[in-house]
Design a protein around this ligand. Structure first.
Ligand SMILES: [Zn+2]
Ligand SMILES: [Zn+2]
Length: 118
């Protein structure tokens, strides 16, 4: 990467990035593709083009709300049946973008539709 001038950090999104990311993102489902608990999206940020990784937990909220795990199992089952999720990815590239302050990445966010078990 030989950017002579780094892109300024700015919080923004653009519908075009959704389209670009759909063609470049790599998606993996953990622990498996039939009952995923975490979606991991990696690939180049459509704004700054640096590699970034995003992990989207599918059952984290249920675990926080219900210690018995019943609700989390119900949600997990529902997630598996639904088989799709709109994942909002926020750039968290390791590059230092000017004006980023405490934040990581360049500030860009985009939406990736992930499907499984279909
Ligand atoms: Zn970047
Ligand atoms: Zn970026």
């Amino acid at each position: 990467m030989t950017d002579r001038q780094e892109m300024l950090y700015r919080v923004e999104s653009d519908p075009d990035w959704n389209t670009i990311a759909a063609g470049t993102a790599r998606v993996s489902l953990h622990p498996d593709e039939t009952t995923p608990e975490v979606i991991v999206v990696s690939g180049p940020c459509p704004r700054c083009r640096h590699e970034t990784v995003h992990a989207e937990p599918l059952v984290a909220y249920a675990n926080a709300l219900d210690a018995s795990g019943l609700l989390s199992r119900l949600l997990l089952r529902r997630a598996a049946e639904t088989g799709s999720r709109e994942v909002e990815v926020i750039c968290a590239c390791p590059a230092a973008h000017p004006e980023a302050g405490e934040s990581r990445g360049c500030g860009a966010s985009w939406v990736l539709r992930v499907e499984w078990g279909v």
